[in-house]
Write a protein that binds this ligand. Structure first.
Ligand code: ATP
Ligand code: MG
Length: 770
């Protein structure tokens, strides 16, 4: 136990930590120890006799929650911290809703729809209404519905709200309200909640059931919220309800880091806090412990351009540090190359590990050029966010089986799998089932169960009945076996695993391996003791909940692996790294082209820039390219206006370190176009992207090998058993034997890093003798 945890704090921080009662607002700039204060405060509460079960802490990511628990445990010793309710709004409310959802007519095992599922439901409805989905774009409609829920607006209210209706009229989409209504009904019928429902329904529950509200008000005697500036009205109202009795609410935030107004967050929440309660204590923290003076001064000066800031004077005792390096390149590929070269150089020169670097960009699409160059340099990296492992088609299909086993009301998931793998239940049949289910107001599944009564005949009837029987058998198994065994059985009985195994294309192989990874992750889940001391819940349902609620920043959540991190600035909120590259500083990219039409939007972009800059502890590189491919076209861009807003004295505009010092570029010196790294990637480093389940994989699973830059396939006639070869995808291997006619030879090759023994048709596959 660490008795001196209060000694690690400055006076203001200590004041915040030791103020245990009443509403408390800590409003402070980046890196001033807000999160540290929150964590220490939890420990302090517990040291002062507050039961962990009575503390609710809401964080921005699950990862932050986990770290908080660990730190509290470190301070206090023992394992009491496991009883804390810590998590994101979504994960905590999902957990609470599990027990109370039946009050709202949902099964307690309700399915959670991610944005993809939700958009697909919207699309179905748009089509059912015979509307044009090019005009009523599912994405657009979904965003409107999402915004409505985050403002706690029901479908009825939406359709009667004058301003909302005006907006939809102006956009020539008057039926969005109708779609919202149908969408809500459909989700309810499916026993599903989307992400926004986890907030909205929580609110409905607390408002509609006083005894439930009283239960949680009594339970959560102390409430804490990190990143309060990014809470939306729904979150704000729920917290207000929960805290209304004890009023022990502590919020920490920074108005300068409010970057989610597009999701309905509003700075008003911060301003309102002081008005909502009688005796709000406000603590300001002004000392930054994270960054060098140079970095902090740049951040301060840029953010000062925003109007209406809450006044803060952020300073640091840290050293001046290096100047901020500003680098201009010709193209986006050069930008990628510069960053990778500089990482290599900095590792050598300043003894950094890969994990010390972060590359932060405005949009996910920018990751490509960095991925390519990092791969070429064999620098391991991981992308956070973007298309995640769980968004892949084969994974979603497989998960759909598991979801239906848990919740047969989930129509969206049934439709995904009813004819996958193909079992002769065609589109017309599915349409008929949908119509019957809508007409009779029963679930899709109930129609399937009674297919004969609904007049299905012959092969179709047989196929439906077989499907129903199979799904029933899984549900029965679930009562006796654990999640993993059932999942394996699903893979077998449906033939999915076999089918993918037999697909010997690279993509097929990748899909097969992804399914294996998924099964591994289920196994890992069932075997690892859970963090939630209270709920030792290893059920399939809790597995599905956990993976659906991973946030962008959670994906790839093993901090320890030594990889360079790539993510959007949004996902980097609250994090810190020794060396940061903020890239793509160009007009129309950052600030975003969609955000330069109003002062509010531009100020949000500037706050985003502030967040990016303040992630860096010691070194900061800012890059921009003269031209880059966007939306399939080469675009010329002006440097970002934020570059002009930075004070000159802290900026080094002449830096070209990585290019000059990496030493592999023939003539040396700086040249930005078309250079090609001729070095050969060593075999042992040929898998730069680390792959494990629960993390996004940035390319097809079996295609992680970075071919040597000068890869050239050799003539099959020259191949002999015993030769060492390189394959474009599988990497280095040894030919074990050869068979087949001279013009159609098949080699058996063992690839130690590429999945073991494989049969390669030499006329198709490219092998190089090494
Ligand atoms: P952000 O606004 O980015 O979320 P924050 O205000 O939450 O930042 P923290 O992440 O809590 O700041 O702290 C920033 C860094 O400063 C951390 O590495 C933390 O350990 C360190 N730190 C905070 N307070 C102190 C202190 N009193 N002494 C030493 N280090 C500190
Ligand atoms: Mg923080």
């Amino acid at each position: 136990m660490n008795a001196n945890y209060l000694d690690d704090l400055n006076e203001r921080q200590r004041e915040a930590v030791t103020t245990l009662k009443g509403p408390l607002m800590i409003i402070a700039g980046a890196g001033s120890g807000k999160t540290k204060v929150l964590t220490t405060r939890i420990a302090h509460l517990m040291r002062n006799g507050v039961d962990a079960f009575n503390i609710l802490a809401l964080t921005f990511t699950n990862k932050a929650a986990k770290e908080m628990k660990e730190r509290v445990e470190k301070i206090l010793g023992g394992n009491e911290a496991r009883n804390l309710y810590i998590g994101t709004f979504h994960s905590v409310f999902a957990r609470l809703l599990r027990s109370d959802a039946p009050k709202l007519g949902y099964p307690s095992d309700f399915t959670i729809y991610d944005a993809d599922d939700a958009k697909s439901v919207v699309k179905t409805i748009v089509n059912e209404l015979n509307l044009d989905d090019k005009h009523y774009k599912p994405n657009l409609v979904y965003n409107r519905i999402s915004a409505a829920k985050n403002s706690l607006m029901s479908p009825e209210e939406y359709q009667h709200d004058y301003y909302v209706q005006q907006e939809d009229q102006r956009a020539n989409r008057p039926l969005v309200g109708k779609i919202y209504e149908m969408y809500a009904k459909r989700c309810f019928k499916n026993g599903a909640m989307d992400f926004d429902d986890l907030l909205y329904k929580m609110y409905v529950l607390l408002k509609g059931f006083p005894e439930v509200l009283a239960k949680y008000q009594h339970k959560f005697k102390y409430i804490m919220i990190d990143e309060y500036q990014d809470t939306n009205p729904a979150q704000y109202e729920i917290v207000k309800l929960l805290g209304a009795v004890h009023e022990n609410i502590c919020v920490v935030g920074d108005d300068a880091q409010s970057i989610y107004s597009f999701r309905g967050a509003t700075i008003q929440n911060i301003l309102q806090f002081e008005k909502d309660y009688d005796d709000v204590k406000v603590v300001k923290l002004e000392q930054n412990y994270r960054s060098t003076k140079s970095i902090l001064n740049v951040a301060n000066e840029v953010i000062a351009k925003n109007k209406g800031q809450i006044e803060k004077n952020l300073w640091t005792d840290n050293t001046e540090g290096d100047k901020i390096k500003l680098i201009r390149t010709n193209t986006d590929n050069d930008e990628g190359k510069f960053v990778s070269d500089t990482i290599a150089e900095q590792k050598l020169r300043n003894h950094y590990a890969n994990r010390d670097f972060a590359i932060l960009y405005r949009t996910n699409a920018q990751s490509r050029s960095f991925e390519e160059s990092l791969r070429r340099m064999a620098i391991p990296y991981r992308i956070y966010g973007g298309i995640s492992f769980y968004q892949r088609k084969e994974i979603k299909d497989f998960l759909a089986y598991l979801r239906v086993i848990i919740n047969t009301r989930d129509e969206e998931s049934i439709k995904r799998i009813i004819n996958y793998p193909v079992r002769g239940i065609g589109k017309t049949t599915i349409e008929k089932i949908t119509i019957y289910s809508n007409e009779q107001n029963i679930t899709f599944w109930q129609v399937l169960e009674n297919a004969r009564e609904f007049g299905f005949k012959g092969g179709t009837l047989e196929a439906i009945e077989n499907f129903v029987t199979m799904m029933h058998s899984f549900r029965v198994q679930l009562e006796k076996q654990n999640a993993y065994d059932v999942a394996v059985q699903v893979g077998k009985s449906t033939n999915i695993v076999k089918e993918l195994f037999n697909d010997k294309t690279t993509e097929g192989l990748a899909r097969y391996e992804n399914i294996q990874e998924l099964l591994n992750s289920i196994k890992e889940f069932t075997e690892t003791p859970t963090e939630d001391g209270e709920l030792l819940d290893k059920s399939l349902g809790s597995y599905l909940q956990q993976i659906t609620l991973l946030t962008d920043a959670d994906q790839g959540n093993d901090q320890d692996s030594d990889v360079v991190k790539l993510m959007t600035i949004h996902a980097a909120k609250g994090l810190e790294f020794p060396v940061v590259f903020t890239v793509g500083l160009e007009e129309s990219l950052f600030p975003s082209g969609m955000s330069i039409n109003s002062r509010e939007e531009l100020e949000e972009e500037r706050r985003l820039f502030y967040v990016a800059v303040t992630r860096a502890k010691s070194r900061l590189f800012l890059t921009y390219a003269n031209s880059r491919y966007r939306f399939g076209q080469l675009q010329q861009n002006e440097p970002s206006r934020f570059i002009d807003e930075m004070p000159d004295q802290y900026i080094d505009r002449s830096y070209a370190g990585g290019m000059r010092n990496a030493g592999n570029f023939g003539g040396g010196g700086v040249s930005w176009g078309g250079m090609f790294d001729k070095r050969k990637t060593p075999a042992q480093q040929s898998t730069p992207v680390t792959r494990t389940v629960s993390k996004p994989v940035s390319s097809g699973a079996a295609s992680n090998h970075t071919p040597s830059p000068n890869f050239a396939a050799d003539d099959p006639a020259q191949m002999e058993a015993g030769m060492d070869v390189e394959h474009q995808k599988f990497g280095f291997g040894k030919i074990m034997s050869l068979e087949g006619a001279p013009n159609n030879r098949i080699a058996t090759v063992v690839f130690p890093k590429g999945g073991g023994e494989k049969k390669i048709m030499l006329n198709y596959a490219k092998l190089m003798i090494v």
